[in-house]
Every structure is written in C-alpha cells, then in structure tokens.
Design a protein. Sequence first.
Length: 257
Amino acid sequence: MNIRIISGNWKMNSSKVDIENWFKDFFEKAKDFKNSKNKGDILICVPSVYISYAMEINKKYGSVNGFKILIGAEDCHYENKGAFTGNVSPIMLKEFGVEYVIVGHSERRQYENESDEVVAKKASNALNNGLIPLVCVGESLEIRENKKHLEFIEKQVLNSTTGLDINKIIIAYEPVWAIGTGKVPTLDEIEEINAHIKKVLADRNNVKESDVNVLYGGSVKSSNAKEITALSSVNGVLVGGASLKGEEFFNIVTNSL
Ligand code: PGA
C-alpha cells in the first residue's frame, strides 16, 4: 500500500488561543481551494494535554473541500498503564480518538535517552492498541560528515522496528542536522536514504519496497515541500516549525498534493 501523509509536529508549543487560530486559518484557506486530487492523510501531532481541545475545535470544521485534519500524538509509552509518572499510554490516546503517534523523535532520543529498543517497544505497543506509529530515524551531522549515514540509518531503522508489521507503520527520516536549522539535504541525498530505508526494510520483512512508507522531515516549509514530496521514495513529510501556523501548513499540504 503506497500512501501519502502530511504531518505536523507542534512539539512543546501552542496554546488554546493558538489552536483556535490555527484551525481557523487552515480552514479559511481550505474554503477557497477546490481541487479533486486525493488529499492523503493530513495530520497534526500536538502536545498530549491539548489533544482533546484540538479534537473539539477540529470537529467544528469537519471536512472542507476534501481537507480534513487528524489529530496525532507526539509520543506514547511502551506499557498500557502503571507507575510511569508523566507518561501517556496508547490506550489513553486511542480513547481520545488519536490514530497516529510519533515515536523515537530525535529530540526524545537525545533528551530522554530513548534507545532503538525502547522506540521499537513503543511502536509495538502503539500498534497493539490500534494506533499507527510514525517511527523517526536520522543521523547527526558528525555521522553525515564522516559518510557513515547509510550504515547508521540502516542499523537504526532495523533496530527501531524489530518485530513490527512493516505494512502498518510509517518511517520518518529526519536528519538531526536538518531539524529546526533551515538546512535541508539535497534531493539526491533524501532520495538516497529514503530508498535505502525502503530497501532494507523490504528485504528483512519480505515485502515490496513500495509497501514501506517513508516520510522526510527536517526544515520542510511551503517553498520546498513540492520538490521533496515529488521524489519517488518520499511518501510525505513530517513538519515541525512550519506546522505551527495553520496557513503555512495548509500551503505545505497543497504543495504536496
Ligand atoms: P523542523 O522539525 O520542521 O522544525 O525542522 C521537524 C521535526 O522535528 O519533526
């Protein structure tokens, strides 16, 4: 199954007022945009405390000219419940209508010391609870400069998806050096890694490369979304900073159709 996902990731940003404005701005633009192309899944991952508020505001708009938003989460735990202060389980996310959850974002790997094994456990528990995990991988600048990125990503993506049904998960390739920096790999570099991820996961899981879905993330904005999403190995984008404004996110979505 070859799919298209345009996802935002608000990280630890936004407020109730920001959320109201975001949906207003997004759907204001959607009202004036008539295009019969398949819109794919348009997703915005929000801090867990705002999930129900974003759901409530989103419901008011529903679907406008074929544009509808899914609310996703930025992380989940690998257990369903228990003594894990401050964490959120996939069961809780599911109860609030969440369908997608990011796991293994490089900021969690860096600041919360999440290993590939923990990421795989989180993704597995998300799947067990009917959520689609967006499993993030990406190399540091040092690894890229030492030209070790292909082997690093191969190991990271295999270890972060051990035992998972590859048809049911999404990979997001996000080079750490491109996140929030305005630096973007060349189109050839994105194609090289995304195609490599598809190949290694297809080989291990005995599926077709086209069954492995890989997004790109790192300094995506409306001005570069078109060329990035036109690449044959890119199934969509994961957008941080540029997803914080409804209008800009709408432009990313339409440039990616
Ligand atoms: P950025 O972040 O778009 O701000 O670079 C991407 C991400 O971290 O998902």
